[in-house]
Write a protein that binds this ligand. Structure first.
Ligand SMILES: [Zn+2]
Ligand SMILES: [Zn+2]
Length: 177
């Protein structure tokens, strides 16, 4: 099985973020690193699985990605902000991809525009009851690593790339289109 060493020096927590609640089963490591230990598709499939690859010995997040002509499976690091991934990774950076559940193929729901300006943030639920406010948000542009973790609708952790523009106020209110 594939094993990946993560780069802990790239990981960080948002300043002043709340500790994660019990039901999301997020692990905090040294108050800094967030490890996702379960995520669910809209049909309730848990996509954190040991069978697809390990990151520092921990199971990754298994997803299906497609650019409309080709599709494949990818396993993302469970450590928030860590860019390590396994699997099908030869899309060109900047390609807009459809991200879906590899078991039932339901697309992940759209949450908001991504601040990269090229795509949307899509959501994976952190609880089996599919609470709207407890999600991991990922950008659907291949190569954009922006991601955020929300716990009870509060931003718990954000990963923004180095060239991030100043934060928008009320980002979640950016209109859908
Ligand atoms: Zn599913
Ligand atoms: Zn993006």
């Amino acid at each position: 099985m594939a094993r990946v060493k993560i780069r802990r020096d790239r990981l960080f927590r948002s300043q002043g973020a709340q500790p994660p609640s019990e039901d999301v089963r997020i692990k905090e490591i040294d108050d800094v690193v967030i490890q996702v230990t379960q995520v669910f598709c809209p049909n309730g499939h848990n996509l954190v699985t040991e069978s697809k690859g390990l990151f520092d010995g921990q199971p990754g997040i298994w997803l299906k990605v497609s650019d409309g002509t080709r599709s494949g499976e990818v396993v993302l690091s469970p450590f928030h902000g860590d860019h390590a991934r396994l699997g099908f990774t030869d899309f060109k950076d900047g390609t807009r991809v459809r991200i879906s559940c590899p078991i039932c193929d339901v697309p992940l729901p759209r949450l908001s525009r991504c601040s990269c300006g090229q795509g949307d943030m899509v959501a994976l639920y952190l609880t089996p009851s599919l609470e709207e406010g407890q999600v991991v948000a990922l950008c659907d542009v291949w190569g954009c690593h922006r991601s955020k973790v929300f716990d009870q609708a509060q931003l718990l952790s954000a990963y923004l790339e180095d060239d991030e523009p100043p934060a928008l106020i009320g980002e979640s209110e950016v209109p859908y289109h």
